[in-house]
Design a protein around this ligand. Structure first.
Ligand code: AMP
Length: 282
């Protein structure tokens, strides 16, 4: 595996692969990699001849009072994991390699970014869409792999790729969980042992929601109410949102006519965690 820190270096590697007629997969990450990220890399390996994994803690997707400075980083661990998974390039650019000091261009997706995480994090998706667009332009992959864990992000990226005619297929991959249900996240490392226990309310609410949907719940709202009840019973948890939205448009819904995304963000102490599931249209 090559570790490349420059845009020119990645372009050169990809150009050589293209000459050989090889296909290229891209897995964008912020590092501190876990099995959730590994599942994306494995999906990319299975689907593409060569795989580029970017590790970049993207400052533009953090709000002013968020965890940019404290975001966990461990390049040696990430490098060893990616090597073992057979990734071909680890792209690890510095901030000034990705952003010129006078960068003035943003990619914004409207509508779908207004609700859910966009409410609490109003500049987040602008940062995500801008950096993902840049990575697409740098790597020009055939396919790019994203986790369903960040369901709104996946919907936003799908829309951006379609709207801007980006020549890439977006592949969504299922949520990977810890044995006890907690969705894997780099931010889980912020949790104290008691908070780690309390954090199980998120997955418990997801599992309860899935069960109610399976049992034929009358409305999405009834499911949301039951999920909220579970979370509210945990004193260490503070709900940011628990909502049912159209999985594609991210508009609030109260029928099962289209696929429904049940999504939540919950603070456990100071740590904001997200989880979700999708109920298929019926
Ligand atoms: P991050 O490093 O948190 O920005 O995540 C990079 C990519 O990994 C995103 O597409 C995430 O949705 C995906 N991802 C993170 N955690 C998980 C998980 N537990 N299961 C599946 N995908 C995940």
């Amino acid at each position: 595996m090559q570790v490349i820190t420059t845009v020119a270096g990645v372009r050169e590697a990809v150009r050589a692969w293209r000459k050989e007629g090889l296909t290229v997969g891209l897995v964008p990450t912020m590092g501190y990699l876990h099995e959730g990220h590994a599942s994306l890399v494995k999906a990319a390996k299975a689907d593409c001849d060569r795989v580029v994994v970017s590790v970049f803690v993207n400052p533009t997707q953090f709000g002013p009072n968020e965890d940019l400075q404290s975001y966990p980083r461990d390049l040696a661990h990430d490098e060893a994991l990616l090597e073992s998974l057979g990734a071909d390039v680890l792209f690890y650019p510095a901030v000034d390699e990705m952003y010129a000091p006078n960068a003035a261009t943003w990619v914004t997706v409207e509508g779908l970014t207004a609700g859910l995480c966009g409410k609490t994090r109003p500049t987040h998706f602008r940062g995500v869409c801008t950096v993902v667009s840049k990575l697409m332009n740098i790597v020009m992959p055939d396919k790019a792999f994203f986790g369903q864990k960040d369901a709104q992000q996946l919907a936003v990226i799908r829309r951006m790729v379609r709207d801007l005619n980006m020549n890439v297929e977006v592949v969504g991959c299922p949520i990977v969980r810890e044995a006890d249900g907690l969705a894997k996240s780099s931010r889980n490392t912020y949790l104290s042992p008691t908070e780690r226990e309390a954090a199980l309310v998120l997955s418990r609410a997801v599992f309860k929601g899935e069960e109610l949907v399976r049992a034929g719940a009358a409305t999405p709202l009834a499911v949301v109410e039951a999920m909220k009840k579970i979370i509210e019973a945990e004193p260490a948890a503070r709900i940011d949102y628990v909502e049912a939205v159209d999985a594609e448009s991210i508009e609030p819904v109260n029928t099962f006519e289209h696929d429904v995304l049940f999504a939540m963000a919950v603070y456990i102490g100071k740590t904001r965690l997200i989880d979700n599931f999708i109920a298929k249209a019926r």
